[in-house]
Design a protein around this ligand. Sequence first.
Ligand code: FE2
Length: 436
Amino acid sequence: MDLIIRRAMLPPSATSQHEQHKQHKEPVDIGIEAGRIVSVEPNLAASAHEEIDAAGSLVTPPFVDPHFHMDATLSYGLPRVNASGTLLEGIALWGELKPDLTQEALIERALQYCDWAVARGLLAIRSHVDVCDPRLLAVEALLEVKRRVAPYLDLQLVAFPQDGVLRSAGAFENLKRAIAMGVDVVGGIPHFERTMADGAQSVRMLCEFAAEQGLRVDMHCDESDDPMSRHIETLAAETHRLGLHGRVTGSHLTSMHSMDNYYVSKLLPLMRESGVAAIANPLINITLQGRSDTYPKRRGMTRVPEMMAAGINVAFGHDCVMDPWYSLGSGDMLEVAHMGLHVAQMTGVDAMHACFDAVTVNAARILGLEGYGIAPGCVANLVLLDARDPVEAIRLRAARLAVVSRGKVVSRAPAARAALSLEGRPAEVDFKLHRG
Ligand code: FE2
């Protein structure tokens, strides 16, 4: 074999959807050959060119970011910083930056971000790419990045009409050109159209286009604190009408935070019926929403545990890293899961595991990733974490000791350890509780 990872603890969701949240008790060995997992069993009787001893630590399928903006990432400070930190100044800033974008700079920043991602065990990203600039510079740049990173990272692109597919002249034609060039998914932003009616019309026409083309859909939907912004209802109804079940995602859905509870009790079964998935972006939602509130101040994140309980697939996205909207971030999906867990008050044991799933298996389902998981036949994409289980991984934002992509070790990092000397006794501190 090419590689064997010995004594790995697997997250409960990695192997069987039916045994969710029952931690596997015994460590296993994972055998890898020609970029695929070929066996997962205790005490694997085989040898390999390379062996890694996980020593009882967690080995997980890679992190998946289902919602990102790679055309804007790492542009922090260009041409100036977002002084107020608000969504509206961010959109204005992006407008100022756009005329100065060059393909070379876009590619360089995106590749740098992909390096950050790989080092964090993030091996699949769905990125929106703005199609409102008729030059489609960013589309060309990110298609080039997609080709270059393909040997080690799955990059899926969404044609995203940032300024509104109806509101921005020529945006629908640009979007169609982007799809013809190889962009994978149809995007939209109904709440940014001029009226609610225009927003609903944009959802209809974009879903019809996706159905004709056999494509997936992922719309920025209801990203506001307006309890009456209800494009998710139209998106779910259109998904049902056009038979797009399982291929459509509503991103953000922050208005659901503020909606009337009775209305939500009708909306959730509609979303479930149409198989629409949801993506919350906890870091961004908690910082950009509720900005016009005094106190009490709304959190703005959508209803994550309620949607999960209703049988809707929910994932967490990073959305932004060091761009006009967000000055922080480093491509760490454990940071995203950590924030989502806190904002949604998902502190029950099953709920904490569900937050780990939201940045792994649930997100992989939204992207439609082939061969995702830890079982014979799956693509050999794995992350060895300095943690024993998913909850500890979130708590510690655990170091990614080794990252394996297509069967090759692509990144290594040391464990986080501190050496202390207190009261004359030297000690190594690793932030875990060691109980027998
Ligand atoms: Fe976004």
